[in-house]
Design a binder for this molecule. Sequence first.
Ligand SMILES: *[C@@H]1O[C@H](CO)[C@@H](O)[C@H](O)[C@H]1NC(C)=O
Ligand SMILES: *[C@@H]1O[C@H](CO)[C@@H](O)[C@H](O)[C@H]1NC(C)=O
Ligand SMILES: *[C@@H]1O[C@H](CO)[C@@H](O)[C@H](O)[C@H]1NC(C)=O
Ligand SMILES: *[C@@H]1O[C@H](CO)[C@@H](O)[C@H](O)[C@H]1NC(C)=O
Ligand SMILES: *[C@@H]1O[C@H](CO)[C@@H](O)[C@H](O)[C@H]1NC(C)=O
Ligand SMILES: *[C@@H]1O[C@H](CO)[C@@H](O)[C@H](O)[C@H]1NC(C)=O
Ligand SMILES: *[C@@H]1O[C@H](CO)[C@@H](O)[C@H](O)[C@H]1NC(C)=O
Ligand SMILES: *[C@@H]1O[C@H](CO)[C@@H](O)[C@H](O)[C@H]1NC(C)=O
Ligand SMILES: *[C@@H]1O[C@H](CO)[C@@H](O)[C@H](O)[C@H]1NC(C)=O
Ligand SMILES: *[C@@H]1O[C@H](CO)[C@@H](O)[C@H](O)[C@H]1NC(C)=O
Length: 369
Amino acid sequence: MHSLFRVLFAFVCLVGTGVFAYSETDCNPINQTCPADAALGTEHTWWFNSTLDDTLWNMTTGDIDYTSTGADFSIKTENASTLLVSNFYIFFGVMEVHAKMAKGAGIISSVILQSDDLDEIDWEWVGYNTSAVQSDFFGKGNTTTSDRGGIHPVANADTEYHNYTSYWDKDRLEWWIDGTKVRTVNYSEPLTVYGKNYPQTPCKVKMSIWPVGIKGQSIGNIEWGGGYVNWTDVPFTMSVQRLRVKDFHSGKEYKYDGKTGTYESIEVVSGNSTAKQEIEKTPSKTLAQKWDDLSEGVHIGVYCGAAAVGVIAFGAFGWWCHRQRKNGRLQRALDDGQNGAELKSLEAYKLQWRQSEWGQKSYQQVPNT
Ligand SMILES: *[C@@H]1O[C@H](CO)[C@@H](O)[C@H](O)[C@H]1NC(C)=O
Ligand SMILES: *[C@@H]1O[C@H](CO)[C@@H](O)[C@H](O)[C@H]1NC(C)=O
Ligand SMILES: *[C@@H]1O[C@H](CO)[C@@H](O)[C@H](O)[C@H]1NC(C)=O
Ligand SMILES: *[C@@H]1O[C@H](CO)[C@@H](O)[C@H](O)[C@H]1NC(C)=O
Ligand SMILES: *[C@@H]1O[C@H](CO)[C@@H](O)[C@H](O)[C@H]1NC(C)=O
Ligand SMILES: *[C@@H]1O[C@H](CO)[C@@H](O)[C@H](O)[C@H]1NC(C)=O
Ligand SMILES: *[C@@H]1O[C@H](CO)[C@@H](O)[C@H](O)[C@H]1NC(C)=O
Ligand SMILES: *[C@@H]1O[C@H](CO)[C@@H](O)[C@H](O)[C@H]1NC(C)=O
Ligand SMILES: *[C@@H]1O[C@H](CO)[C@@H](O)[C@H](O)[C@H]1NC(C)=O
Ligand SMILES: *[C@@H]1O[C@H](CO)[C@@H](O)[C@H](O)[C@H]1NC(C)=O
């Protein structure tokens, strides 16, 4: 019900065909005094094949299903939706998502940047057309007109990962597909053409799949979505392989000075962002680093009586660790263990395993289990 409410609330902001602003915001700095926004303050690539760090990401609606190639955002039941929101903001920057859209009339896949005062930069895939993506932007949630959207051809957008990149600075917005720039909006254009609508305040990343083709919607909405959702076709799935986000500022947080919502009014508070600290703390998910992660986990194996077992058991243990890790439980154990003194004493053990042929074999097999 919560998600449906969110979607329905968003519908209220829609005027005309193909204009859809995501209207959720906790505190709008244009109307209120709000807490500072936590900055990303760095650049990072998230691979969506393993559990996202929940201090950086908030799955506010629905679940993610992780696969070996990425994460599936699915609508599995009638009227369901899925929304992932970053806990960090960027104040100008780059967002590069490698995604496969969901196929199906009335289903919208989206990856957007959105600020607290409803500036917005969008990629949206409308499920009836698997050969196109739409670009769009909003300023201060102004949906008076429906003329900001763009439609761009993409081959097999539902079955192949493509690189959708948004570039955003104070002078211009660009949308790129697989290395080709498909659209530019200069700062001055929205000013002269659309009112004061250039997105210019710190934005979060939001990823969502939701149904627009449901009863109670305007003809305009239903048409934009390509008709009603056929609920016998569930699940509808958008997949995300990876996401690179670059913040053009490197501070700790962003404060609105006053209620103008202009970029000049944004104060960049210096310091290391908590997101950056978290990223630097969290092991990356490369194969080599995963090996290290598993090795650090050997101390847990002591609990399991690892000292008593042979190399075959190590293989099984590696598999077990991998499973646990997928479930996010090992991650916590590792985090706990990172400060543990027993870790150092197991360095030799770790080395032995790394050099052992059997260890290598079980390591190689881990990704396939
Ligand atoms: C913020 O103020 C504007 C006009 O000043 C108003 O239209 C809008 O509804 C207000 N939003 C909130 C969340 O209060
Ligand atoms: C996650 O989002 C939900 C819904 O917006 C919110 O209630 C909750 O406080 C958020 N959690 C964190 C850790 O930010
Ligand atoms: C999908 O979008 C592309 C690009 O705009 C367009 O050429 C094609 O005709 C559209 N297909 C459908 C089924 O509307
Ligand atoms: C994705 O596209 C952007 C923009 O062209 C480019 O900078 C980036 O390197 C591309 N990413 C990959 C992995 O090719
Ligand atoms: C945007 O600005 C660039 C130079 O800053 C200019 O070359 C380009 O023509 C402008 N585009 C539009 C659509 O006005
Ligand atoms: C909202 O957009 C409309 C049309 O695009 C424009 O006329 C109006 O000035 C804008 N409103 C604000 C507050 O910028
Ligand atoms: C889904 O939403 C539509 C429109 O609000 C409603 O008519 C329908 O009963 C809902 N279906 C379910 C299963 O909740
Ligand atoms: C819905 O999809 C099912 C299975 O794909 C199909 O048999 C049925 O005709 C579709 N219903 C409508 C109204 O298109
Ligand atoms: C930021 O972190 C670096 C180490 O990663 C440290 O050298 C530096 O002093 C920190 N800066 C601030 C402002 O805390
Ligand atoms: C996720 O994918 C990346 C890139 O292909 C890879 O380096 C990493 O090992 C994978 N992680 C897992 C847990 O499969």
